[in-house]
Ligand binder design. Structure first.
Ligand code: IMP
Ligand code: MG
Length: 185
C-alpha cells in the first residue's frame, strides 16, 4: 500500500481549526487553574503538542503508554474485518508525576471501542485527581463496547480505519499531516 491509495478524510487546515477551538474551550473551562495533559503514547503525541499550544493556562505534560498487543488481530485483519478486542489492555509506561489533586486532561488520538480509555480512566482515577477530562481528536461512536464518552471531541467519524496526524497502521503513516482513510477492499 502506498500513500497514493489513501483518501483524505480531514485536511490539515480543518484539523488545525478544530484543535484551536478545543484549546480555547479548555482555556475557558479551566480559567485561573493549572492543568496536566496526559497523552496516550504514541498516537496522541501530535494532537497533544498542537492542542497544548492553544491552551493559555499554566500547564504540564505527562505521557502514559498502553498496549493491546496479543489481544488484537494483525493490522491486516483489523482492516479487513474490523476486530473485536478482548478488552485486555496492558500498561507499558506509567505516568511520571503524581496526579493527586491535579486537573487531569487525558489526551487520546481516537476513541473507538472505549476499552483503552475505560482502562486508563480507572487507573488514573485511582490517583485521585481534582478533576478528570478526556480530550480525543477522533471518535467512532458506532464501534463502542464500553459506555465512555469524551469531554472534548475533535471529530466524530464513521467506522473507517484512519491514519495520519499521529494515527498509525502497523506503526506507519503517523507523520501524514492530513487524516486519511485506508481503503478496506
Ligand atoms: P479502543 O480501546 O478500541 O477505544 O481503541 C483505541 C485505540 O485503538 C487507539 O488509541 C488507536 O491506537 C487504535 N485505533 C482505533 N481505531 C483506529 C483507526 O482507525 N486508526 C488507527 N488506530 C486506531
Ligand atoms: Mg493509539
Amino acid at each position: 500500500m502506498s500513500v497514493s491509495d489513501l483518501k483524505v478524510l480531514l485536511e490539515r487546515k480543518q484539523i488545525a481549526d478544530r484543535v484551536a477551538e478545543i484549546g480555547h474551550q479548555i482555556t475557558r473551562d479551566f480559567s485561573g487553574e493549572s492543568v496536566i495533559f496526559v497523552g496516550v503514547l504514541k498516537g496522541a503525541a501530535i494532537f497533544l503538542s498542537d492542542l497544548a499550544r492553544h491552551v493559555d493556562l499554566d500547564a504540564t505534560f505527562d505521557f502514559i503508554g498502553v498496549s493491546s498487543y496479543g489481544n488484537r488481530p494483525s493490522p491486516t485483519q483489523e482492516l479487513q474485518s474490523g476486530w473485536d478486542s478482548t478488552g485486555e489492555v496492558r500498561l507499558t509506561k506509567d505516568v511520571d508525576h503524581s496526579m493527586r489533586d491535579k486537573n487531569l486532561i487525558l489526551v487520546e488520538d481516537i476513541l473507538d471501542t472505549g476499552l483503552t480509555l475505560t482502562y486508563l480512566r480507572r487507573i488514573l482515577m485511582a490517583h485521585q485527581p481534582r478533576s478528570f477530562k478526556i480530550a480525543t481528536l477522533l471518535d467512532k461512536p458506532s464501534r463502542r463496547k464500553q459506555a465512555i464518552e469524551a469531554d472534548y471531541v475533535g471529530f466524530k467519524i464513521p467506522d473507517e480505519f484512519v491514519v495520519g496526524y499521529g494515527l498509525d497502521y502497523a506503526e506507519r503513516y503517523r507523520n501524514l499531516p492530513d487524516i486519511c482513510i485506508i481503503p478496506r477492499n
